[in-house]
Ligand binder design. Structure first.
Ligand SMILES: C[S@@+](CC[C@H](N)C(=O)[O-])C[C@H]1O[C@@H](n2cnc3c(N)ncnc32)[C@H](O)[C@@H]1O
Length: 266
């Protein structure tokens, strides 16, 4: 355990195992995965003009590609970024068709089914459609960037305000150890978004305190809806903030999740 104020693990470089994380959260499509994928499909339907030909940054991507399945058709490019080179290597293994890459088929099936509004059940998604979507995601994932939310310019100065869309899934509340640091990270990461750009943000909520990666229990900063509203004040366009909440039942120490969209101020 690293020496911080929290009782849970915070040392990503020493203790976060990319494969352990994938095995923990992506062996099946659980209700949390499903809700997040459904939210992404709804977001693509709500903001087609913001996503058309967009360069999307998926910040704190971890070793996972599930959240990019339904963004890929509209975006021009997807840049994957994480604090850990090992997480990016896991994604790149999949992009390169490495024989021991993680298998995402059940997630692809669910995403394509959700895109069909349930008219095509998971099991009836055709092999041709699966392969076409996999090829599209691989083609759109053009960059793999080490990034640190704790830095004022998380991807270096050149990337400031350069993205049409920034997405974050379960990242900053896991990266920060205090609410003050979380607020700072929000500011840092959203500086990467262009004026009028789209923010797509999913995070653990309320009294969520920790999450398992293998035997390690990693820290989470508990977040209230008012924390999100306060952190985005002055950053986003008035009236653009939309927040949904759902209970998380399948993960110990996690109470729920917020799913957020907003447009950056112009
Ligand atoms: C709970 S995982 C989420 C991964 C992925 N987005 C997902 O939804 O499965 C948290 C991620 O935050 C990353 N992370 C930790 N500290 C970070 C930092 N300072 N800057 C950027 N990412 C960080 C970790 O490497 C890890 O991939």
């Amino acid at each position: 355990m690293s020496t911080t104020a929290t009782q849970y693990e915070t040392d990503y470089k020493a203790k976060f195992g990319p494969r352990a994380y994938l095995n923990e959260y992506f062996q099946e499509v659980d209700q949390t995965n499903h809700n997040v994928m459904q939210f992404i499909v709804e977001t693509t339907e709500m903001y087609p003009a913001k996503l058309a030909n967009a360069t999307l940054l998926n910040f704190g991507c971890g070793p996972a590609i599930d959240t990019m399945i339904s963004f890929a058709p509209q975006c021009a490019e997807i840049h994957m970024s994480d604090y850990l080179a090992g997480n990016l290597a896991e994604v790149q293994q999949w992009v390169r068709h490495a024989p021991d890459a993680f298998h995402w088929e059940i997630f692809l099936r669910r995403a394509l089914s959700l895109e069909s509004h349930g008219t095509i059940p998971d099991a009836e998604v055709t092999q041709a459609d699966l392969e076409a979507r996999e090829a599209l995601i691989r083609q759109k994932m053009t960059q793999f960037l080490v990034g640190d939310a704790a830095q004022m310019h998380p991807l270096g100065d050149a990337a400031t305000a350069s993205y049409d869309v920034v997405s974050l899934f379960f990242c900053l509340e896991a990266a920060a150890t205090t609410i003050e640091q979380w607020r700072e990270m929000v500011k840092n990461v959203f500086s990467l978004l262009k004026p009028n750009g789209l923010l797509v943000w999913v995070m653990t909520a309320k009294q969520s305190k920790a999450y398992y990666v293998g035997d390690e229990l990693f820290n989470i900063v508990p977040l209230k809806q008012s924390d999100i509203e306060a952190a985005l004040e002055g950053i986003i366009a008035a009236d653009s903030l939309k927040i949904q909440y759902f209970d998380v039942v399948e993960h110990e120490h996690v109470e729920g999740a917020y799913m957020v969209t907003a447009l950056k101020a112009g």
